[in-house]
Design a protein around this ligand. Structure first.
Ligand code: PRP
Ligand code: URA
Length: 211
Protein backbone atom coordinates (compact mmCIF):
# COMPACT_ATOMS: atom_id res chain seq x y z
CA UNK A 1 0.00 0.00 0.00
CA UNK A 2 1.39 3.42 -0.88
CA UNK A 3 2.19 5.86 1.91
CA UNK A 4 -0.08 8.89 2.30
CA UNK A 5 1.91 12.12 2.47
CA UNK A 6 2.60 14.05 5.64
CA UNK A 7 1.83 17.71 5.17
CA UNK A 8 3.81 20.20 7.24
CA UNK A 9 1.89 23.45 7.24
CA UNK A 10 4.46 26.18 6.88
CA UNK A 11 2.03 29.11 6.60
CA UNK A 12 3.34 32.21 8.41
CA UNK A 13 0.17 32.56 10.52
CA UNK A 14 0.42 28.91 11.62
CA UNK A 15 4.09 29.25 12.49
CA UNK A 16 3.53 32.52 14.38
CA UNK A 17 0.71 31.07 16.45
CA UNK A 18 2.77 27.95 17.11
CA UNK A 19 5.63 30.12 18.39
CA UNK A 20 3.24 31.77 20.88
CA UNK A 21 1.83 28.38 21.86
CA UNK A 22 5.24 26.93 22.68
CA UNK A 23 6.20 29.86 24.93
CA UNK A 24 5.99 28.86 28.58
CA UNK A 25 4.80 32.36 29.52
CA UNK A 26 1.59 31.90 27.46
CA UNK A 27 -1.28 31.46 29.94
CA UNK A 28 -4.27 29.14 29.80
CA UNK A 29 -6.72 31.56 28.16
CA UNK A 30 -4.38 32.53 25.33
CA UNK A 31 -3.16 28.94 24.93
CA UNK A 32 -6.71 27.68 24.46
CA UNK A 33 -7.46 30.43 21.91
CA UNK A 34 -4.28 29.65 19.98
CA UNK A 35 -5.05 25.92 19.80
CA UNK A 36 -8.48 26.75 18.43
CA UNK A 37 -7.09 29.24 15.88
CA UNK A 38 -4.44 26.75 14.77
CA UNK A 39 -7.10 24.09 14.30
CA UNK A 40 -9.10 26.51 12.15
CA UNK A 41 -6.11 27.26 9.92
CA UNK A 42 -5.09 23.61 9.70
CA UNK A 43 -8.67 22.56 8.90
CA UNK A 44 -8.46 24.86 5.88
CA UNK A 45 -5.42 22.90 4.61
CA UNK A 46 -6.72 19.45 5.53
CA UNK A 47 -9.98 20.02 3.63
CA UNK A 48 -8.27 21.30 0.48
CA UNK A 49 -9.09 18.06 -1.41
CA UNK A 50 -12.80 17.88 -0.54
CA UNK A 51 -14.90 17.41 -3.67
CA UNK A 52 -17.26 20.15 -4.81
CA UNK A 53 -20.11 20.23 -7.28
CA UNK A 54 -21.36 23.06 -9.44
CA UNK A 55 -24.88 24.27 -8.68
CA UNK A 56 -27.00 27.17 -9.82
CA UNK A 57 -28.20 29.80 -7.36
CA UNK A 58 -29.84 33.20 -7.61
CA UNK A 59 -27.88 36.17 -6.32
CA UNK A 60 -29.90 39.38 -5.80
CA UNK A 61 -28.62 40.39 -9.26
CA UNK A 62 -28.50 37.32 -11.50
CA UNK A 63 -28.19 33.57 -11.80
CA UNK A 64 -24.73 32.27 -10.88
CA UNK A 65 -23.06 28.90 -11.19
CA UNK A 66 -21.23 28.28 -7.91
CA UNK A 67 -19.40 25.40 -6.23
CA UNK A 68 -20.60 23.73 -3.05
CA UNK A 69 -19.19 20.87 -1.02
CA UNK A 70 -20.23 17.47 -2.33
CA UNK A 71 -19.53 13.89 -1.34
CA UNK A 72 -19.26 12.37 2.11
CA UNK A 73 -20.04 14.42 5.19
CA UNK A 74 -17.40 15.06 7.85
CA UNK A 75 -16.90 13.89 11.42
CA UNK A 76 -14.36 15.47 13.77
CA UNK A 77 -13.05 13.19 16.50
CA UNK A 78 -10.89 14.73 19.23
CA UNK A 79 -8.75 12.50 21.44
CA UNK A 80 -9.53 13.60 25.00
CA UNK A 81 -8.49 15.73 26.60
CA UNK A 82 -6.20 17.92 24.50
CA UNK A 83 -7.95 17.26 21.18
CA UNK A 84 -11.05 18.95 22.60
CA UNK A 85 -9.23 22.26 22.30
CA UNK A 86 -9.25 21.89 18.52
CA UNK A 87 -12.96 21.21 18.03
CA UNK A 88 -14.31 24.78 18.08
CA UNK A 89 -11.83 25.93 15.45
CA UNK A 90 -12.72 23.00 13.21
CA UNK A 91 -16.46 23.62 13.65
CA UNK A 92 -16.00 27.30 12.81
CA UNK A 93 -14.91 26.10 9.35
CA UNK A 94 -17.38 23.19 8.97
CA UNK A 95 -20.38 23.77 11.26
CA UNK A 96 -22.29 20.81 9.83
CA UNK A 97 -19.67 18.25 10.88
CA UNK A 98 -20.63 15.77 13.60
CA UNK A 99 -18.31 15.31 16.58
CA UNK A 100 -17.27 12.01 18.16
CA UNK A 101 -15.06 11.63 21.24
CA UNK A 102 -12.32 9.15 22.08
CA UNK A 103 -10.96 9.20 25.63
CA UNK A 104 -7.38 7.96 25.98
CA UNK A 105 -4.69 8.79 28.50
CA UNK A 106 -1.07 7.72 28.53
CA UNK A 107 0.00 5.60 31.46
CA UNK A 108 2.87 7.72 32.82
CA UNK A 109 5.07 4.68 33.50
CA UNK A 110 4.54 2.54 30.40
CA UNK A 111 3.50 5.42 28.05
CA UNK A 112 0.85 3.01 26.72
CA UNK A 113 -2.55 4.57 25.90
CA UNK A 114 -5.46 3.53 28.13
CA UNK A 115 -8.96 3.82 26.63
CA UNK A 116 -11.71 5.17 28.89
CA UNK A 117 -14.36 6.56 26.52
CA UNK A 118 -15.58 6.20 22.97
CA UNK A 119 -18.72 7.78 21.55
CA UNK A 120 -18.94 8.21 17.80
CA UNK A 121 -21.68 9.30 15.38
CA UNK A 122 -23.78 6.28 14.38
CA UNK A 123 -23.04 6.89 10.69
CA UNK A 124 -19.26 7.18 11.19
CA UNK A 125 -18.63 4.59 8.43
CA UNK A 126 -20.22 6.95 5.89
CA UNK A 127 -18.23 10.04 6.93
CA UNK A 128 -14.77 11.39 6.25
CA UNK A 129 -13.19 11.42 9.70
CA UNK A 130 -10.65 13.96 10.92
CA UNK A 131 -8.93 12.79 14.11
CA UNK A 132 -7.65 15.62 16.30
CA UNK A 133 -4.86 15.68 18.87
CA UNK A 134 -2.32 18.49 19.20
CA UNK A 135 0.48 16.13 20.32
CA UNK A 136 1.85 13.08 18.46
CA UNK A 137 4.55 11.80 20.82
CA UNK A 138 5.14 8.01 20.77
CA UNK A 139 2.17 7.72 18.40
CA UNK A 140 0.45 5.16 20.63
CA UNK A 141 -2.67 7.26 21.26
CA UNK A 142 -3.18 8.20 17.61
CA UNK A 143 -2.71 4.60 16.39
CA UNK A 144 -5.11 3.25 19.04
CA UNK A 145 -7.70 5.90 18.16
CA UNK A 146 -7.41 5.04 14.46
CA UNK A 147 -7.88 1.34 15.26
CA UNK A 148 -11.01 2.20 17.28
CA UNK A 149 -12.37 4.26 14.41
CA UNK A 150 -11.63 1.50 11.89
CA UNK A 151 -13.27 -1.10 14.14
CA UNK A 152 -16.45 1.06 14.03
CA UNK A 153 -16.32 1.14 10.23
CA UNK A 154 -14.48 4.40 9.47
CA UNK A 155 -12.59 4.04 6.19
CA UNK A 156 -11.45 7.55 5.33
CA UNK A 157 -9.43 9.02 8.19
CA UNK A 158 -7.07 12.01 8.37
CA UNK A 159 -5.04 13.08 11.40
CA UNK A 160 -4.45 16.71 12.34
CA UNK A 161 -1.83 17.30 15.02
CA UNK A 162 0.07 20.43 15.92
CA UNK A 163 3.47 19.05 16.99
CA UNK A 164 4.93 15.58 16.34
CA UNK A 165 8.06 13.79 17.45
CA UNK A 166 9.86 11.78 14.75
CA UNK A 167 9.18 8.59 16.74
CA UNK A 168 5.41 9.16 16.70
CA UNK A 169 5.24 10.21 13.08
CA UNK A 170 7.29 7.15 12.01
CA UNK A 171 4.98 4.84 13.93
CA UNK A 172 1.81 6.44 12.57
CA UNK A 173 3.10 6.27 8.99
CA UNK A 174 4.25 2.67 9.43
CA UNK A 175 1.11 1.34 11.15
CA UNK A 176 -1.50 3.49 9.40
CA UNK A 177 -0.04 4.23 5.94
CA UNK A 178 -3.46 5.13 4.55
CA UNK A 179 -3.96 8.04 7.00
CA UNK A 180 -2.73 11.43 5.76
CA UNK A 181 -1.10 13.48 8.53
CA UNK A 182 -1.23 17.28 8.86
CA UNK A 183 1.20 18.96 11.26
CA UNK A 184 2.48 22.42 12.10
CA UNK A 185 5.88 21.14 13.29
CA UNK A 186 8.08 18.06 13.42
CA UNK A 187 10.25 18.43 16.52
CA UNK A 188 13.61 16.90 17.49
CA UNK A 189 12.89 13.92 19.75
CA UNK A 190 11.15 12.53 22.83
CA UNK A 191 12.66 12.90 26.30
CA UNK A 192 12.89 10.02 28.80
CA UNK A 193 9.31 10.78 30.02
CA UNK A 194 7.86 10.66 26.51
CA UNK A 195 7.55 14.46 26.19
CA UNK A 196 8.24 16.10 22.85
CA UNK A 197 11.43 18.21 22.76
CA UNK A 198 11.25 21.19 22.46
CA UNK A 199 7.44 20.73 22.25
CA UNK A 200 5.15 22.82 24.41
CA UNK A 201 4.81 20.77 27.58
CA UNK A 202 1.60 18.95 28.52
CA UNK A 203 -1.06 20.13 26.08
CA UNK A 204 -4.03 18.93 28.18
CA UNK A 205 -2.74 20.67 31.31
CA UNK A 206 -2.04 23.90 29.42
CA UNK A 207 -5.49 23.95 27.78
CA UNK A 208 -7.44 23.16 30.94
CA UNK A 209 -5.19 24.81 33.52
CA UNK A 210 -4.53 21.56 35.41
CA UNK A 211 -1.18 20.30 36.65
C1 PRP B 1 -1.38 13.50 25.43
C2 PRP B 1 -1.74 14.03 24.06
C3 PRP B 1 -1.94 12.77 23.26
C4 PRP B 1 -0.92 11.84 23.87
C5 PRP B 1 0.25 11.75 22.95
O1 PRP B 1 -2.50 13.11 26.12
O2 PRP B 1 -2.84 14.88 24.03
O3 PRP B 1 -3.25 12.23 23.37
O4 PRP B 1 -0.51 12.41 25.12
O5 PRP B 1 1.16 10.82 23.38
P1 PRP B 1 1.49 9.49 22.58
O6 PRP B 1 1.68 9.89 21.17
O7 PRP B 1 2.78 9.05 23.23
O8 PRP B 1 0.38 8.52 22.79
P2 PRP B 1 -2.43 12.56 27.61
O9 PRP B 1 -2.22 11.08 27.60
O10 PRP B 1 -1.43 13.36 28.40
O11 PRP B 1 -3.88 12.78 28.15
P3 PRP B 1 -4.65 14.15 28.50
O12 PRP B 1 -4.82 14.90 27.19
O13 PRP B 1 -5.94 13.70 29.04
O14 PRP B 1 -3.82 14.92 29.47
N1 URA C 1 1.61 14.75 25.51
C1 URA C 1 1.75 16.08 25.70
O1 URA C 1 0.79 16.78 26.06
N2 URA C 1 2.95 16.63 25.47
C2 URA C 1 4.01 15.92 25.06
O2 URA C 1 5.10 16.50 24.86
C3 URA C 1 3.86 14.53 24.87
C4 URA C 1 2.63 13.97 25.10
Amino acid sequence: MSQEPTILIDHPLVQHKLALLRDKSTGTKEFKELVSELAMLMCYEATRDLPTEEVEIETPIATARVRKLAGRKLAFVPILRAGLGMVDGMLAMVPAAKVGHIGLYRDPDTLQPVEYYCKLPGDISERDVILLDPMLATGGSAVDAIRLLQARGAKHIKFIGIIAAPEGLDRLQRECPDVPVYLAALDDRLDSHGYIVPGLGDAGDRIFGTK
